[in-house]
Design a protein around this ligand. Structure first.
Ligand SMILES: Nc1ncnc2c1ncn2[C@@H]1O[C@H](COP(=O)(O)OP(=O)(O)O)[C@@H](O)[C@H]1O
Ligand SMILES: [Mg+2]
Length: 417
């Protein structure tokens, strides 16, 4: 008696080699590997008692399965288009368990059409992402870029605008196949199968955002087959999920999948070359220019004159830091996420000193001083690290007279480089 997984391997083998009655280990590896299946999953067909010659095994003993397996596939395919075919026709292949598991209600999985973010400012390759998602074809995309640069928001917002269901998976080094595909859980004394986010997305034709994929371990090798758009085999139930139209995967990473050379993202590992190859397009989220930063920050503004003024300093400061970073003259940046936080601090306390000092407090001393120094030059204020923060309020009076901010800042960058 073969297990469901073994039947699956055999079926895939015969699908690809319809008239072949002799198999080599390499034949099985070829059909099994894309699904993340291993030698132990098809070992039964490589039993020494069936060896015909060196490295060749006869499949005669399994011939009785051939019709059943190829028919099941046909029934499943018909089922995709003709829903009136009774479900019982396929259960023999779906699961052989006596107590047929209940499939979990998908409302609990985090799958939803995201809310549109009124603060969102489209720029860069956002248009492309929208086109890809709108097309509904399977087209895996990888987006790399520094943390807080707007990778996740691009995907979430595109789904919101296009009213497409979306599900997000945050990858850590602990993430394994169970987290992606699903697991058995005990619920009210009953064992129920709960689909994981990828399976849910595949069944619903949703966009699956795999966030920070470069923190993964080899335990997510099953992604390989999925990234090729193949049916997903859930080994633990024997269910095969053929992705519904609209299913797509977008993955993000802080590095370009080649680890972090400068040690900034200490958990980022080297994403397997094979995994990277599966993505059709690889976008890099670069730093937005000053105008775009200004636009983004303005979308969060309370529109008071103080805030408006602060935003113009803030966006100039942030984009100068980007330019300096790109020339390798400083080791850190103020991300869009952090710039938004600094703006919020400002709006709360109406105090630029406090906002900037709190905003840079996580960096080391040298970096903090460099950031404050540049902000002073941009704004005409004199914020020092050891300053009390409650006596400076921003107004044009604080601007040193006749100071050309651009000239000052450029010379600051020149000194650093
Ligand atoms: N284009 C944008 N429009 C509005 N806000 C943005 C934009 N890009 C980034 N942000 C802000 O920065 C935060 C971080 O963006 P996010 O997409 O989570 O970054 P990443 O995924 O690259 O780490 C968002 O929550 C949002 O507040
Ligand atoms: Mg993100």
């Amino acid at each position: 008696m073969l297990t469901d997984v073994e039947k699956f391997c055999l079926r895939e083998f015969w699908e690809k080699n319809p008239n072949q009655m002799v198999a080599t280990p390499a034949d099985f590896k070829k059909v099994a590997k894309p699904y993340g299946l291993e030698h132990s999953d098809y070992r039964v067909f490589l039993n020494p008692v069936n060896r015909e010659s060196w490295g060749k095994y006869t499949l005669e003993p399994f011939l009785t399965y051939k019709d059943e397996l190829l028919n099941t596939k046909k029934i499943q395919e018909t089922l995709e288009t003709e829903s009136e075919i009774p479900m019982q026709n396929v259960v023999s292949f779906k699961t052989s368990s006596e107590n047929k598991p209940k499939m979990h209600d998908i409302t609990n999985t985090g799958l939803a059409v995201p809310h549109s973010d009124s603060n969102f400012v489209p720029w860069g390759f956002y248009k492309d992402i929208k086109t890809i998602i709108k097309n509904k074809t399977f087209f895996p995309v990888f987006i790399s870029g520094l943390s807080g640069s707007g990778k996740t928001i691009f995907v979430r917002q595109a789904c919101a605008e296009l009213k497409r269901p979306y599900i997000r998976i945050q990858i850590t080094s602990e993430t394994d196949e169970t987290d992606l595909l699903g697991s058995w859980r005990l619920q009210d004394g009953e064992t129920v199968w709960v689909d994981g986010p990828i399976v849910t997305a595949a069944k619903e034709g949703a966009i699956c955002l795999i966030d920070e994929i470069d923190r993964s371990s080899s335990r997510i090798a099953s992604l390989l087959g999925i990234l090729e758009g193949q049916p997903i085999l859930i080994k633990k139930t024997g269910e095969i999920v053929t992705p519904k139209e609209g299913f797509n995967i977008v993955a993000t990473g802080n590095t370009k999948g080649r680890g972090s050379v400068d040690g900034k993202y200490t958990f980022a590992i080297i994403v397997d070359e094979a995994l990277l190859e599966r993505f059709y397009i690889n976008y890099t989220q670069v730093f937005p220019n000053e105008k775009t930063v200004h636009k983004i920050l303005s979308s969060y503004s309370d529109n008071t004159p103080e805030t408006t003024e602060f935003i113009s300093y803030l966006s100039r400061w942030v984009s100068m830091i980007y330019q300096t970073f790109e020339r390798d003259a400083i080791d850190d940046i103020i991300s869009i996420r952090r710039a938004v936080q600094i703006l919020k601090i400002f709006e709360t306390f109406k105090n630029p000193t406090k906002a900037i000092k709190l905003g840079v407090s996580r960096f080391d001393e040298i970096e903090q001083n460099a950031f404050l120094d540049l902000f002073n030059k941009v704004s005409g204020l004199t914020i020092k690290k050891e300053d009390e923060d409650d006596d400076v309020t921003i107004s044009s009076d604080n601007l040193a007279e006749g100071v050309d901010v651009k000239v000052l800042a450029t010379s600051w960058i020149a000194q650093k480089v």
